[in-house]
Design a protein around this ligand. Structure first.
Ligand code: AMP
Length: 184
C-alpha cells in the first residue's frame, strides 16, 4: 500500500476534522471541508495525488460521487486528461452501465455513461475516503466491465481497520492514500 512521506501525511491530517456520531450514531465522520477551504491544504492534496501519476500514461480520471468529483476533477485537470463521473443510479442522462453493491443495510447502485471509457483506456480512480472498499470495488468493476484498466485507486483518507484497501488488492487493484485514521 503506497503512502506519501510521514510529514505530508500529518499535514493533510491536520486539515481533517473528525465528527463523532455523524451521520449515524457510532460513525466517526472524517470531514474534508477544512482541507478544501484551506488554499494550502487543497493544493497539497491535489498536487500530492497528481504528482504520483504525472507521466504515467493515464488516459482518464474517474471520480466517485460526490466528494470524489472534487478531487478527481482537479487531478484530471492537472494531468491534462478528461474526467468521468461515477454516479448514483438515475443521475446520468445518457446510456449507462451499472453495478449493484452492498451497503451496511441493503444495496445501492452506481452508474457510468456506457461510452465514457473505451477498451484499453488507462483509468485512475479517485475518491475522498476508503472504508470497507465496497464503493470503490463497484467502481473498479464498472470500469473493467467496459474494457478499461484501473491503473490505481487513490484516496485522501484510508480507514485501514475497515479493510477497504485489502479488498481492492484482492481484486488486483493497487491503492495510494494520502493519510490514514485509526478506527471506523
Ligand atoms: P466504503 O464503500 O465503505 O469504502 O465507503 C466509502 C464511501 O463512503 C466514500 O465515498 C466516503 O465518502 C464515504 N464514507 C465512508 N465512511 C466514511 C467516514 N467515516 N467519514 C466520511 N466519509 C465516509
Amino acid at each position: 500500500m503506497a503512502r506519501p512521506p510521514a510529514p505530508l501525511q500529518d499535514s493533510i491530517k491536520s486539515f481533517i476534522r473528525t465528527v463523532p456520531d455523524y451521520p449515524h450514531e457510532g460513525i466517526l465522520f472524517r470531514d474534508i471541508t477544512g482541507l478544501l477551504e484551506n488554499a494550502h491544504g487543497l493544493r497539497l492534496a491535489v498536487d500530492s495525488l497528481a504528482e504520483r501519476y504525472a507521466g504515467k500514461g493515464i488516459d482518464l480520471v474517474a471520480g466517485i460521487e460526490a466528494r470524489g468529483f472534487i478531487f478527481g476533477t482537479a487531478v484530471a485537470y492537472k494531468l491534462g486528461v478528461g474526467f468521468i463521473p461515477i454516479r448514483k443510479a438515475g443521475k446520468l442522462p445518457g446510456e449507462v452501465v451499472g453495478v449493484d453493491y452492498q451497503l451496511e443495510y441493503g444495496t445501492d447502485r452506481m452508474e457510468m455513461h456506457a461510452d465514457a471509457v473505451s477498451q484499453g483506456d488507462d483509468v485512475l480512480l479517485v475518491d475522498d475516503l476508503i472504508a470497507t472498499g465496497g464503493t470503490a470495488s463497484a467502481a473498479v468493476e464498472l470500469i473493467r466491465g467496459v474494457g478499461g484498466t484501473v491503473v490505481e485507486a487513490c484516496f485522501v483518507i484510508d480507514l485501514p481497520e475497515l479493510g477497504g484497501t485489502d479488498r481492492l488488492r484482492a481484486l488486483h487493484c493497487d491503492c495510494f492514500t494520502l493519510c490514514e485514521f485509526e478506527g471506523a
